[in-house]
Ligand binder design. Sequence first.
Ligand code: SAM
Ligand code: ZN
Length: 437
Amino acid sequence: MIVIFSGLPGSGKTTRLITKAKENKASGIPVCLFLNGENPDLARRPHVKPGGYMGCRTKGLGLRIDHTAGTRETSELLLEMKKGSCAVFDEAQYYDTDIVNGWVQASKNGITVLVGSPSQAQLKALNKFAKHSPSSVQFEKLDTTCSSCEKVATRVTYNGDYRFPIHLCEDCLKMKHDTDIKNLLDDMKAGNPFPNELKTYQPFYDIPMDKWELVRGDSLSRYQIMEAAISSYEPNAPDVITQPQHYTYLDLGCCSGFFCDAMANKGYHATGVDVTKHFIEWATRLAEIKGQPITYVKEDALKFISEIDTTYDITSTFATVQWVMVQKGYESGMECFRHLFRKTRHICVVEMGYTTEDIYKDKIEGLEGDIDRDWVLNLMETEGDFETIALVESGSNGIWRDLFIGFKKETEINLENKLFKINMMSKAKKLAKKVLG
Ligand SMILES: C[S@@+](CC[C@H](N)C(=O)[O-])C[C@H]1O[C@@H](n2cnc3c(N)ncnc32)[C@H](O)[C@@H]1O
Ligand SMILES: [Zn+2]
């Protein structure tokens, strides 16, 4: 027999699972508790080890952990279990879908398998088995009441702390979402850099802001170019589109999080860094409202990028490094780029304010000559270790400034894409070729 416990986070699945396991234990049935300690999310928790204690929201209720092996080894352990015993799996979603074969086999061997929080893929496989053998699978769904009305909750949201879910029905969730967005936009309106104006630098991603004046109305266009760059790179990283959760993204100078939000929405693990407190606060609030696990860091770009020892698959820095240069001199900006390029595994998108623009003219200490298109191209060629560099000219797809895309592996830009006016440089071929006019 396989018993599946499902329900929203905080609905009491683990309490139910432990209670059931303890009932078995009390009647003399040997019980084994499994948790996948090979999963990084679980491995981080210090109690996840054989002999550790798995608790739940019910105070004082817990069960000793017996095994923390990964999917394959766990399936083998299940085969060794004696008929009549009970195998308990919590946080089952952390095992590969193959674990379902292990559960099915164990059930056929006369073992009771209790499963908490299976993944969608595991549920699909279990449903298939249940169709053939309906009496072998039992589904127990734990309902929770909406915290604002009497209906059954269907969604969870969090207020700042991801440990305590708030249960809501669809209607109440929408109401809370709309209120939170309204409050956020009101605070944005009241705050810097344009107090009491309906104006801001970049928009929020996928939030209606029709009446707002935006400094960067081209943000979506810029994001579309980044998307096209990632598509072009797909042959070098076959699952970059289909398995975005395997890839990380960093936006240096992320402002209020437009690009991080867009990338997280696709499934990438996004990190945004910006020195301006209110931008980071707004971005963080929006990520909470949307339930997106984006990491936002309030930090100076150079400090962050020079101190982290992580690399990122896809990186971007839009119109930020010239500010680092204005604040700390030319060399600091150069250092910023060097670290960013070195810490990029696959694709780096760069937008630079040129010193031909009045706001940056004569403001950068230590700069000789101008920062312009040739300067950025030269920088990326000499410092970036890119196999291909693409230049998307300002104006194409409505973008305000030139965009430069460095690819760590040789990349054929999709020629079918007539949206963008692209110059492509391949280091390997040592030639610059105009692709689209
Ligand atoms: C011109 S805006 C560009 C914003 C965003 N990247 C975009 O293109 O839509 C410059 C951004 O850089 C940030 N910034 C300025 N100096 C910085 C520094 N030293 N470190 C990190 N961020 C900085 C600002 O707060 C602002 O969000
Ligand atoms: Zn409700």
